[in-house]
Design a protein around this ligand. Structure first.
Ligand code: ATP
Ligand code: ZN
Length: 210
């Protein structure tokens, strides 16, 4: 019997809930400390602790068979993986925000404007669908400071409470994508009996909760 590998986030917003759902499935393993891999003692499974950005490609390439990651990261990396199950945590919305004083009223006004983001793929797709051509400026973090520094006219990012936007003089302008954590699988593992067993356990944990 082949030992499956599941990739989860090492530390960050998805780590705790990912560990929790696996433990609630009856799996025994040690939490991430310094080792990248933890072996489950009562199921043929190994847990890989990784940065979330790497998870979709690892699953696509078969380095991991399964993964838990935000839909936003899956779409952004364009990874070809199976969506096995939405997990009900890590919910967030990706929004375009503009300067509160900008006077921008409708999407067409974003034509020719500079938008700073860490999610250029998702933004590009949205703008294309709306027939808008903006100048997408990809930066890896703290995109909210862009407009204040004159680097961009707008931003596109994950917005939860809106507090960070407000303190940077920005306001939400358009919702582009809702995201939550999902269980993904490599394309070639659909018929694996251990995957089916694990999926069944995850589904019963989820239905016991709701
Ligand atoms: P890593 O070090 O693994 O790259 P990260 O800094 O990219 O971590 P986190 O901030 O831990 O990532 O967010 C992981 C995921 O959690 C996001 O990609 C998103 O799917 C989800 N998420 C849910 N709510 C939020 C939020 N308020 N802000 C950011 N991400 C959120
Ligand atoms: Zn990340």
């Amino acid at each position: 019997m082949k030992t499956l590998k599941i990739a989860i986030q090492k530390s960050g917003r998805l780590n705790e809930k990912s560990v929790e759902i696996l433990k609630n499935c009856g799996l025994s393993f040690e939490n991430y400390k310094s080792s990248l891999i933890s072996t489950v003692t009562n199921f043929p499974l190994e847990i890989l602790f990784l940065r979330d950005d790497d998870i979709p490609e690892y699953v696509q390439d078969g380095i991991a068979d399964l993964g838990i990651v935000g839909e936003n990261v899956i779409v952004e990396t364009k990874a070809e993986v199976d969506y096995l199950q939405k997990l009900g945590f890590g919910k967030c919305t990706l929004k375009i925000a503009v300067q509160a004083t900008s006077g921008i009223q409708n999407l067409e006004e974003l034509n020719g404007k500079a938008i700073a983001t860490s999610y250029p793929v998702i933004l590009e797709k949205f703008l294309q669908e709306k027939g808008i051509k903006s100048d997408i400026r990809t930066i890896s973090g703290s995109v909210e400071i862009g407009p204040g520094l004159g680097l961009s006219d707008a931003i596109f990012d994950i917005v939860s409470t809106g507090g960070t936007l407000k303190s940077n003089g920005l306001k939400p302008f358009a919702d582009v994508m809702q995201s939550e954590a999902v269980l993904i699988g490599n394309k070639s593992i659909a018929d694996n009996p251990e995957v089916a067993e694990l999926l069944q356990r995850i589904r019963s944990v989820l239905s016991a909760k709701s």
